[in-house]
Ligand binder design. Structure first.
Ligand code: EPU
Length: 422
């Protein structure tokens, strides 16, 4: 297993390019199951979760080619096994995204039920209940979701009790192939959902309301979009770079990003006192830190609110502010695993249920740390960058699942980081 050793404190300099979005690429790669011909992708990030997805698709009979140097992926969907096995879904819960496309295209799917993960129980009952409303019988047997279309897929009025990103994605795909009209209320408005909807539109689906809480989808026959599917930049990676600039008190240009989807991520960093210039025409951000950061209050919310996937990185940044900051995590019940690790560096953070109270500024001293999940790992890397001395972060595979070689990009900006295997 790899570990990172970071020598801090780091001062970063220059510009960094954001890679393709993990959470956009995953549903789109699974959506290739909807087609019979080659589906082409560009700007696919080099991540473990992409590796896992392509392996999972291959286990179904699909062939794929991934040119890692250019980020181009071709998928030739020829499904023999309509099964997403436990061996892959246990590695990556996003394997649940096979459910919608398999049911939509083949009328049948056996998808391993994802277990809980470090950040919460993360059930998939909303996906299952919505499928049942659309003419699908669903049974859970032997740890698998077994879904089968009873006679035909039919449009329905789906009201999600809580916003669910992958739930909206699965049902959007099914609705695009169902007979009649489906409405999805309390739908996720995340840019990742919009990107999937746009590909379905290019494939011939009729969808209204993308980017709002109510989607109206008229099902029909889909055909492969003619142009390659280009994965947009990762907004969470862009946000992580803003945090990196702040904690290291470095000026940073963040290129290849889409400032339009970053408003709710940028806003609290600005409230802390950072100057963040958005250059929409250049797809760039320019971040300028300041000497004293103001404490702030933040609450995670579904998009367009502040992303839960930025909570851990924000928490590390709050440790640098002068005074008491708070962050309330409203999406996942157990997403403060990084707090205990940050405390080992000297952070003063108390948690009360879903509220973290941070007293700053802290002066971090390097220490050995353990990564527990993807975004927690990113927050520990940020902490290591501003800590005095050496910070070793073990189990860094979590980071590699979702960030394209964050350590190499940081080294390119002047950080002193070593990757070792232990
Ligand atoms: N929920 C249910 N039942 C369901 C579905 C969701 O109770 O059937 C609950 C969840 O337990 C959670 C909340 O609803 O409390 C929201 O979960 P959601 O379904 O939106 O999460 P997800 O679709 O499993 C995606 C991202 C996550 C991101 C969340 C929230 C992908 C592949 N994953 O997960 O990304 O945190 O939305 O924005 O898109 C990450 O990249 O690090 C990551 C965890």
């Amino acid at each position: 297993m790899d570990a990172l050793i970071i020598e801090g404190p780091a001062r970063l300099k220059g510009s960094v390019r954001v890679s393709g979005s993990k959470n956009t690429a995953l549903p789109l790669l699974f959506a290739s199951l909807l087609f019979d011909q080659e589906v082409r992708f560009e700007n696919v990030p080099r991540l473990w979760d992409i590796e896992t997805t392509l392996s999972l698709l291959q286990s179904m009979g699909t062939e794929s080619h991934w040119d890692k140097a250019t980020g181009q992926v071709s998928i030739f969907p020829q499904v023999r096994e309509k099964v997403a096995p436990y061996e892959w879904v246990k590695k990556m819960r996003a394997g649940i995204l096979a459910l919608g496309p398999l049911v939509a295209k083949y009328g049948e799917a056996r998808v391993s039920l994802p277990g809980g993960c470090a950040i919460g129980a993360r059930p998939v009952n909303f996906h299952i209940d919505a499928l049942k409303q659309m003419g699908v019988s669903v049974e859970v047997e032997g740890g698998y979701i077994h879904a089968r279309v009873k006679s035909r897929l039919t449009g329905a009025r789906i009201v999600f009790p809580q916003v669910t990103v992958t739930g909206t994605e699965n049902i959007l795909v099914v609705a695009a192939c169902a007979e009649g009209v489906t409405t999805i209320e309390n739908a996720a408005q995340e840019p990742e959902v919009i990107a999937l909807g746009q590909v379905l539109l290019a494939a011939g689906a009729e969808i209204e309301g993308l980017g709002t809480a109510t989607l109206r989808i008229k099902g029909g026959t889909l055909k492969v979009p003619e142009a390659p599917i280009v994965i947009p930049p990762d907004r969470i990676e862009a946000g992580t770079w803003i945090a990196a600039a702040l904690v290291t008190r470095s000026e940073l240009t963040i290129t290849g990003c889409d400032p339009a989807v970053l408003a709710s991520i940028i806003e609290p960093f600005r409230a802390m006192g950072a100057k963040i210039e958005t250059r929409q025409d250049l797809n760039e951000l320019f971040v300028e830190p300041c000497s004293v950061y103001q404490p702030i209050q933040v609450e995670t919310q579904p998009y367009p609110g502040f992303a839960t996937d930025m909570q851990a990185q924000m928490l590390t940044t709050m440790c640098m502010a002068s005074g008491r900051s708070t962050i309330r995590e409203t999406i996942f019940e157990n997403r403060f695993m990084h707090v205990a690790e940050l405390r080992r560096l000297g952070a003063q953070i108390e948690t009360h249920g879903n509220l973290a109270v941070v007293d700053g500024p802290s002066f971090f001293q390097g220490a050995p740390l353990m990564a527990t999940d993807l975004r927690a790992s990113a927050s520990l890397v940020l902490a290591g960058l501003c800590a005095e001395g050496s910070t070793k972060i073990s189990r860094i595979y979590h980071l590699d699942r979702g960030y394209q070689r964050l350590d190499e990009k940081l080294i390119g900006l002047g950080a002193r980081i070593q990757r070792i295997s232990e």
